[in-house]
Design a protein around this ligand. Structure first.
Ligand code: DGL
Length: 260
């Protein structure tokens, strides 16, 4: 299985996946050289997606789990066309789990600009309304080896307030980095607003298609069958894995750029 993101956001997919089964080998690719993706323009995100496909091409994958909403929103067609394997995406998984009428979406500027979440969710019914909010500074702050909690609190207020004014009933975390600050977000919203993490829907969809045998339920999470690859800052990535997830794994440095 291939999983990719610009950084550690893909863990919000990797973690529930490994929690649900232990019968798969994973290549986890983090394009740390070019993070954040979400502040880049549409064409650049599409050309990076082509390089990602090239890198995954000889890995003999059975499926790709797209752990990056930004690439999902701007280049899903490129991933599907080039890899020709089942590609499980976040945005098309979310309509299975939203259930209310007034819905907020927090995501990167590129994802918001695409309005992909808005289109998919509003297609559920005529009176479903989506309010979008771009969060340009979240990813860079979360990716620091020691995130500044004061800054994260300040940014959370800044990004949430416009949505709260719209009386939203559910809020979609439209970037895989945001579930990492779930507790901060949860503290700032009314208790009746449901937080929706599309990664859970994606992992369920994958598990329904690639059946788990009964012996594969896990009592604990093991990262033994996961190989980690980054495109820059190997040491920093390793520190972040320890800080956020308490794991210590070998990380390999790779080059995605086709013209280097
Ligand atoms: N975690 C990714 C996403 O879901 C990418 C964030 C970024 O690099 O800006 O959009």
């Amino acid at each position: 299985i291939g999983i990719f993101d610009s950084g550690i956001g893909g863990f919000t997919i990797l973690h529930p996946l490994l929690q649900s089964r232990n019968d798969i080998d994973v290549f986890y690719l983090a394009d740390t050289d070019r993070i954040p993706y979400g502040n880049k323009d549409f064409e650049e995100i599409r050309s990076i997606a082509k390089e990602i496909c090239k890198w995954f091409k000889d890995k003999n994958l059975d499926a790709l789990l797209i752990a990056c909403n930004t690439t999902n929103a701007c280049a899903l067609d490129i991933l599907e066309k080039n890899l020709k394997i089942p590609c499980f995406d976040l945005i098309n998984s979310v309509s299975d789990i939203v259930s209310k009428k007034n819905i907020g979406v927090l995501a990167t500027p590129a994802t918001i600009e695409s309005s992909y979440y808005k289109k998919i969710i509003e297609a559920k019914g005529e009176n479903v309304k989506v309010f979008q909010q771009a969060c340009p500074e979240f990813v860079s702050e979360i990716e620091k080896t020691h995130p500044d909690l004061n800054k994260l609190n300040y940014l959370t207020n800044l990004y949430l307030n416009p949505l709260l004014k719209e009386n939203i009933e559910e809020i979609v975390l439209g970037c895989t980095h945001y579930p990492l600050i779930y507790d901060i977000l949860k503290n700032k919203i009314y208790s009746n607003i449901r937080i929706i993490d599309p990664s859970i829907a994606l992992v369920n969809k994958f598990n329904n298609s690639f059946l788990i045998s009964i012996n594969n339920c896990c009592d604990y999470i093991s990262y033994d069958n996961v190989s980690f690859f980054v495109t820059a800052q190997r040491e920093e990535f390793s520190k972040k894995l320890k800080y956020w997830f308490g794991i210590n794994k070998k990380i390999s440095l790779v080059n995605l750029r086709t013209n280097d």
